[in-house]
Write a protein of this length. Structure first.
Length: 71
């Protein structure tokens, strides 16, 4: 999807950017869910201890479930 958007915008992607877009973070749906939950906490606008701890909790869980998860 990201490549399609970049193509529509006429953006020029580097080789590394193309690799990152094509790479699958994991084949484990539970690990991917934990990764997305951690990402959601890390992207919250309020930089609070609770948000940081929530992000850490889920990102650690993602790595525990599948050590190949790319954050």
């Amino acid at each position: 999807m990201a490549k399609t958007i970049a193509d529509q915008l006429g953006a020029k992607l580097t080789g590394l950017e193309k690799q990152v877009i094509a790479a699958k973070p994991t084949d484990n749906p539970e690990a991917y869910d934990a990764y997305l939950r951690g990402l959601a906490y890390s992207l919250k606008p309020a930089n609070t201890t609770a948000n940081s701890l929530g992000a850490q909790k889920y990102l650690r869980q993602a790595v525990r479930l599948d050590h190949k998860v790319r954050a």
